[in-house]
Write a protein that binds this ligand. Sequence first.
Ligand SMILES: [Cu+2]
Length: 468
Amino acid sequence: MNRFLLASFAALIGASAAFAHVGSPDVFFEGKAGEYRVFVTIRTPQVIPGVAEVELRFPEPGAEQVKITPTPLTGLGAKFAPTPDTATRSPLDPQSYTGSLWMMSSGAWQVRINVTGSKGTGELRVPVPALAQQTMGMDPKMAGALLALMVFLAVGIVSIFGAASREGKLPPGEQPTPTHIRRARIVMAATAVAVVGIIFLGNQWWGAEAADYSRKIFKPLAVKPTLNGRFLNLQLEHTGWMQSPAFDDLVPDHGYLMHLFVVAKPGQGRIWHLHPALASNGAFTQDLSSLPAGRYQLLGDIVHRSGLPETVVAELDIPADIDGELKGDDSTNQLTNGLKMVMESPATLKAKSLQVMKFKLLDATGQPATGMELYLGMPAHAAVLRDDFTVFSHLHPSGTVPAASLAMAQPADGKADPHAGHSMSAAELPAEVTFPYGFPEPGNYKMFVQMKRAGKVETGVFAITVTN
Ligand SMILES: [Cu+2]
């Protein structure tokens, strides 16, 4: 009978694991399928196997038929795609399409989007991590009803067996003798023992299934920070999820194995985007020169060879100021040379829906800045952080998908274009960028936007309120 308790216990474990993930599992992406520019939202399933909801919005008309197909990101499964599903065109907005896709196993998946219309055919492949986030708890009303049914059936079967042995062979109208009654009691006791035994075994089976499933619930790798003078050492640690025993399956993303965001607590006015060097398997080291004393949140983005991205999270106390200067691509957050960064989207946004946020870098005279450069191969990078640190997402103008995963999704025969849909020509790089993103829940957020100009990374900090 405590199977219901077990189920709710499993749900609790699930809830805490979902919290450890950095709270933003859905995929937002802008890219091109052939000549068709499209905004892609993929709402990932909470349980695996589960259904991913795909929403597509074409800013320009022309797309007439849209097919979507889920396949694993890499390996044999990626070569043998199942039959595509036709996405449903919205009756209200002919440039929007929706569809649902089953994701059958945990890991790195992709959704292939095939578009036919007035501009020919085109394909776009969008990587999606399919990770079990939680065990679905049972609805208390359903649990109550099932419990009542179970008691009714158990009592029912005991009394049926009792009545059968007491009166089954009696001619109509005759009363059972004390012998009959005694025998019936023995039968009822034996039946009750058997019923309790069956319920007990059923409970064991349920518990085993729940425990087995809870092992599949995604738990990101842990990381242990230690401070050694001005050097930060980061040691990755296993958490028991299906993880590679050595930490040797990481692949570089924009040329670095880890993108570490160091955020000052509690005000979160400042952020550093650092690139720790690999010291040995699973151990990274970073020079923290230029960090003032204080408490920091560490958020490290890594990508596995499978294409699965994850974020490792830790807290760090720095007891005394570390003086010095950052080097290379590492960056802090300041706007220099009288530059100004402005957000052109409303400062109040709705949760859970796709927003295309626009930012501009202006020079001292208020004109769009010139001399823009790519920063780590991208026109811009952004970090979205909820004020309580329960949500963190690392964005690019193409969306939430890491460039390394995106490159893996491209067909081996075609040219891999990790920046599909974005002009990468530095000569005419505009001082204006957009990021497609959907805030997972209401609350107060900070968004840190980084663009590179004249050899310097410029970071703008924006407070964003997200409503229901
Ligand atoms: Cu980035």
